[in-house]
Design a protein around this ligand. Structure first.
Ligand SMILES: C[S@@+](CC[C@H](N)C(=O)[O-])C[C@H]1O[C@@H](n2cnc3c(N)ncnc32)[C@H](O)[C@@H]1O
Length: 356
């Protein structure tokens, strides 16, 4: 395997030679490596610093080149860091990468499922970063992460969760997606809803601390709080929505999905103070963290009303002047969230077009 050396954060690693440029890939390499996930890994480091991993045991359960787990060992002050992967080639490469960074990590050539079964509830943090869907691994991960531990998981099957393949979403997530302007938030909420239901089987409440969409994938960090009552309370926050032409109401069309908060404000504040990731995303997530589910899309409403779209900043200012909350959203550059009634939103579009 031809290797190239690169650095991410404060860590240097060898990875297989790969094509440069945007877009998801990595599966065609002898050991998986996707440069497009650098931001995902930077956010993991920032999140784990904010959560405070001092003395905690961390597992990178699908470690590939080891880049994520070795960054955890090199850039955080934690307890033990363990890496596991089913691929023999990956193990050879992650050992080499651990050596060049001089980090003391435990490396196992076994599946995340069997590793967790052999080390039940040992890990305070488990990172689950599969190709595609995390669904097959969730029962073991959600059951055998330590009490009050955290799971960080990725899902790259965005087309399933966002409604291109409705039947597959029903089979995998037991939920109905919706391929409309809110599909990315809807998909993220279906994923969280599934995690909440799966954790509840083991009398655990999965509480989202940080959940976001980033182009090719979803990423969710949940804290696992133990107790049947807490699990029941989390299940109460599942719901279904019925999308109309430009808005939505609780009904029976999509879901079940998570209707609660996507972020913990406390974690976002701490991520800002540890200062290891760019502030733009953090600021946007902070603003979104106090908003209700879903958003309006400027072009959908303009099309519906057959009126020109007002500038986004104009709409947000007008909504705030009428005593409503309104912010931009990381889910779409042409959209805004608000707690205003849809009639107020439509009025703003109408008054913009009739202004002299
Ligand atoms: C998407 S890659 C992980 C990428 C890595 N976390 C990173 O940040 O670069 C998925 C990895 O999971 C490994 N894998 C697949 N099934 C597994 C399982 N059941 N347990 C552990 N590793 C598995 C694959 O060999 C592959 O290296």
């Amino acid at each position: 395997m031809k290797l190239v050396k690169l650095s991410e954060g404060e860590t240097e690693v060898f990875v297989p030679e790969h094509k440069k440029g945007p877009g998801p890939r990595g599966t065609d390499l002898p050991v998986f490596y996707n440069p497009a996930m650098e931001m995902n890994r930077d956010i993991s480091i920032s999140f784990l610093k904010a959560w405070d991993v001092n003395g905690k045991n961390l597992l990178d359960g699908m470690a590939a080149s080891g880049i994520r787990g070795i960054r955890m060992a090199n850039e955080l002050y934690s307890g033990e860091v363990t890496l596991t992967d089913v691929s023999h080639e990956s193990i050879k490469l992650m050992k080499k990468n651990a050596a060049i960074n001089d980090v003391d990590v435990d490396i196992f050539n076994e599946s995340i499922e069997s590793h967790l079964l052999n080390n039940r509830c040992k890990y305070d943090y488990v990172d689950l970063d599969p190709f595609g869907t995390p669904v097959p691994f969730l029962p073991t991960v959600l059951r055998y992460t330590a009490r009050n531990g955290v799971v960080g998981l990725s899902a790259t099957d965005t087309s399933v969760l966002c409604g291109t393949y409705t039947k597959k979403c029903l089979r995998l997530y037991s939920a109905r997606p919706e391929n409309n302007w809110c599909r990315h938030e809807n998909g993220l909420r279906i994923l969280i809803g599934h995690v909440v239901r799966e954790a509840a089987r083991y009398d655990r409440a999965a509480v989202p601390l940080l959940s976001y969409y980033d182009g090719h994938h979803f990423r969710v960090y949940v804290k696992l709080e133990a107790g049947a009552k807490k699990a029941d309370d989390a299940l109460q926050k599942l719901g279904r929505y019925d999308f109309g032409e430009y808005d939505w109401e609780e009904g029976k069309k999509t879901g079940p999905l998570w209707t609660g908060q996507l972020f913990s404000k406390k974690i976002l504040e701490r991520m800002t103070s540890v200062g290891t990731m760019e502030e733009g995303s953090l600021e946007m997530w902070k603003k979104e963290s106090s908003m209700p589910p879903f958003f309006y899309d400027n072009s959908i409403i303009s099309k519906y009303l057959k009126l020109p779209p007002p500038p986004l900043d104009y709409i947000i200012t007008e909504l705030r002047e009428r005593n409503n909350k309104s912010v931009k959203t990381h889910f779409s550059p042409t959209a805004f969230k608000t707690d205003a009634a849809s009639s107020v939103v439509l009025d703003i579009f109408k008054s913009y077009s009739s202004a002299p």
